[in-house]
Structure formats: C-alpha cells, structure tokens
Design a protein around this ligand. Structure first.
Ligand code: GDP
Ligand code: IMO
Ligand code: MG
Length: 425
C-alpha cells in the first residue's frame, strides 16, 4: 500500500484539512507530524464546520486511526478542549483510535507567555506569530530542556524539569520582558488533571505505523502550515519553528523516508499569508479585497485578515523542488470567478536578474519583483461544477498553465468547502 504526505505549498491555509478529510477513507491512519495548535484546519461536512488544530483531520471518519506524531508540539489544555468539542458533536475519540506519541514535546503555559512577551518586546519587528507558544516550545526541544508527553508518566521527573527550565525562563520574563514570573509548582499542579486525561492516549506512534504497514494498510501524513513557513526553507525569520517540508513526515512521524511514496502538494488558486514577511504577489488593491472577501480569508486560529495575492509559480516551483511534489490539488478555484483577468507570477526580477526560484538572502524575497503572465478570467460560478471537463475553458487554461510552469500535474480541483465540491481528474 502506498503512504501519502499532504503538505501546504504556500504560506499555509491552502485547504489541507479539507483534502485530508476527503482522502482519509482511502487510508488506514492519519498522522500529524509537525506544528501545534498554530494550525487551523477547517473541515466542512454536511454544512457543519469543524476546526481542527492538533487532532488529525481524519477524525471525522468513524474508526479511522488518528495519530499525533513526535514532531508535534502538544498543548495539553488545547488538546483536551479540542477533544471535548469534538466529543460534544458525537464523535468517538477513544484512546484506541486517537493516540499521541510519548515523544511529543508538551507546550505549556510559559511557552505562550514567552511567545507573547517576546512579540510585544520586538514591537514593529515582530514576526506576527499566532501567539500560541510554538517558537518557545521548539526552542526548548532543540535546547534539550523540553518536557515530553512521556514525562506525564513520571511526575517527580516532570517537576524537576519544570523547576529547572523555569529558573531560566523567569529570569528572562522578569528581567528583560518585565513580566510576572511563572510559578513552577502551579504549572505542575495544572498538569495533573490533564495528565489523567492524556495518559490513556500515549503510545509508540512509530510502532503503530509499522503495525498498520505490516497489516497491508496505508498511512497519510498531514502537514501543517506551508513550505514557505518552514524553519529552514521558508522566508526566515518570518517562518514557523518547525520543518514543514514533506521530508519531515519521516522524522516527525517516526517512519523511514523510504516509506513515503507520494507527496501531494495543496495549492490555493491564489496566494495568502497571515503575519509579517515578504509576499511578492500581494495585492493591496480592490482585486485583493475581492479575493479576501469572496474567499473569506480570515485566520482560523487568530481571526486575523489574511493578506491575499496572485498565484505565484516561483514559490510553488520551490515547493516542488524541496518536497518532490507528485501532484497538486488546486483549491478555492471558485473564488477567482468574476475577475476579468487572472495573473500568474512566472519568475522574479531580482537585483537586475530574472530568477526562477526565490532568493536565499535574508530579506531577499522582499526585493523580488514578480513577472506576471496575464490570462483571461471567467465569470461562471464554479461551486456546482463536478467534473473537470465542465470547468470553463479559461479556468482549465489557468490550471494547464500552472502545470506547465511547475512541471507537476493537478490531480484534483476544489471549488467549495464541502467534500462534494471536489473534482477528481
Ligand atoms: P488549512 O489550514 O490548509 O487546512 O486551510 P484552512 O482550513 O485554514 O483554510 C481553508 C478555508 O477554505 C477553510 O475555511 C475551508 O473550509 C475553505 N475551503 C477549502 N477548500 C475550498 C474551496 O475549494 N473553495 C472555497 N470557497 N473554500 C474552500
Ligand atoms: P495551517 O496549518 C497560516 C504563521 C503565523 C506567523 C508565522 C509564525 O492552518 O496552514 P507561529 O505561531 O507558528 O510561531 O507563527 O507562521 N502561521 C500560519 N499561517 N497557516 C498556519 O497553519 C500557520 N501557522 C503559523 O501567522 O506568520
Ligand atoms: Mg489553516
């Protein structure tokens, strides 16, 4: 059986959740492998919208095994709240189908406090993070000071670790950021009732994956954020703190890279970005506003307006190169209906040269000027279209051009939030 990696190929919010939910019936397990509750994956089923942050988007399918891999940073408060919300919708979230890696790093209250304090301290230079503590939690992981899910099984160890780590954090919080110190004992106390709820879900996720494979099953790896928010390959420093590229499905899920067979890149028919950082094809005119409103481009996690712009084949080409994207799923094509022209950025002008891939210098992308190709738009409402051949000629042409510019076929097109509004080629 073949294992699939789903990744966002832009700056996040490409519609990964919808596609993971769509494809879940064809696999035996769905695994999140990086990020935390900075992710917001909206899945719409039967007119109802579910906002998933930490729990894999396969959860709406009865009995589907859903796993939170070691690469995820897990906030126990958020996890329990999300699970409660889903349970109140009648979903089964028993520990036999929803498992968390013991190796997951726990995102605790002080990570959130630090994230927000640092952003405030940076003022105009802030990253525009989701304020969820993601960066500080990954810092502790890399700094070998993290608290892991398995530590919930040993509160003596956990207490010692929290005390040690907070000695450092509190010096920073009170000394530099002028904030109140965080009490280690209270932090540990708050964790106790959460531990009771989390413990039954703890598992060896890597072993779970090999069990699925041994039984002839297949696995889907659900990425969060997007390639251009990757800590190494994104628009540093305006990135998230994990590797979002497809290769991290192996490290963050606990599976060998040779077991990843297909990479599906989710691309929105235009580009959006939340938070600060360069965005060459950003539109600040009425076309940008049209897309923002028609596409309801508001962040799921923070409610911020998403910045909107033209489709950028340069960043998509880079995502193809970095992730070995086998095929694209093009989402939100319906949003572009009604525009007289649709433009695609095919290359950048950068320091007197024409380039095909994003520049690497810090701030380089901010200097890149998009080179556009204009294509005719279409008026037709696409939300009721169900087959590729029923798309207007101009929409098919737009897709074909994207395929030519990236060298990757578009295997599915999404024309609305619900499952049915998906055209499989
Ligand atoms: P994700 O983070 O990549 O999962 O994407 P989000 O869920 O944050 O953002 C995508 C939004 O667009 C969600 O509200 C989806 O319900 C919605 N959506 C997904 N596909 C389509 C589509 O083809 N057309 C329209 N109009 N909305 C879509
Ligand atoms: P999904 O999975 C869009 C952005 C933030 C900020 C930067 C760093 O729904 O596509 P962080 O809180 O991660 O330290 O913030 O990354 N960001 C996202 N943008 N979609 C996401 O997730 C995002 N997760 C983080 O806005 O610019
Ligand atoms: Mg999102």
């Amino acid at each position: 059986m073949s294992n699939i990696v789903i990744i966002g190929t832009q700056w996040g919010d490409e519609g990964k959740g919808k596609i993971v939910d769509m494809l879940a019936p064809g696999v035996d397990a769905v695994v999140r492998f990086q990020g935390g509750h900075n992710a917001g994956h909206t899945v719409t089923v039967g007119g109802k919208s579910y906002k998933l942050k930490l729990i894999p988007s396969g959860i709406l399918h009865k009995g589907k095994l859903c796993l939170v891999g070691n690469g995820v940073v897990l906030d126990p408060v958020e996890f329990c709240a999300e699970a409660d919300a889903l349970r109140s919708e009648g979903l089964d979230l028993g520990p036999e189908r929803l498992k968390i890696s013991r190796k997951c790093h726990l995102l605790l209250s002080y990570h959130k406090v630090l994230d927000q304090a640092r952003e405030a301290w940076k003022g105009d230079d802030k990253i525009g993070t989701t304020g969820r503590g993601i960066g500080p939690c990954y810092e502790d992981k890399a700094g070998r000071a993290g608290i892991r899910a398995c530590d919930l099984e040993d509160f003596d160890l956990l207490s010692r670790k929290v005390k040690m780590v907070l000695a450092e954090k509190n010096a920073l919080l009170t000394g530099l950021y002028g904030k109140k110190a965080v009490d280690p004992e209270e932090t540990v106390r708050e964790l106790k009732p959460l531990a009771v709820r989390l413990l039954p879900h703890l598992a060896d996720v890597s072993e779970e994956l090999s069990r699925v494979e041994a039984a002839g099953g297949s696995i889907m790896f659900e990425g969060a954020q997007g390639v251009h928010l990757d800590i190494d390959h994104g628009t540093y420093p305006f990135v998230t703190s994990s590797n979002t590229v497809a290769g991290n499905a192996a490290a963050g899920g606990g599976i060998a890279p040779s077991r990843l067979h297909r990479v599906i890149g989710i691309a929105k028919a235009y580009t959006t970005r939340v938070g600060a950082g360069a965005f060459p094809t950003e539109l600040t005119d009425e076309v940008g506003e049209y897309i923002q409103e028609k596409g309801a481009e508001f962040g799921t996690v923070t409610g911020r307006r998403r910045r909107c712009g033209r489709l950028d084949a340069v960043i998509l080409r880079e995502s193809v190169r970095l992730c070995g994207v086998n095929d694209f799923v093009l989402t939100k094509l319906d949003v572009l209906s009604g525009l007289p022209e649709v433009e695609i950025c095919t290359a950048y002008e950068y320091r007197g040269r024409r380039i095909q891939y994003p520049p690497q210098a810090e701030g380089g992308l901010g200097e890149a000027r998009p080179v556009y190709e204009r294509l005719p738009g279409w008026r037709e409402d696409l939300s009721g279209v169900r087959t590729f051949s029923d798309l207007p000629g101009a929409a098919r042409n737009y897709i074909r051009r994207l395929e030519e510019l990236t060298g990757v076929p578009v295997s599915m097109v999404s024309v609305g939030a619900s499952r049915e509004q998906t055209l499989v080629r």
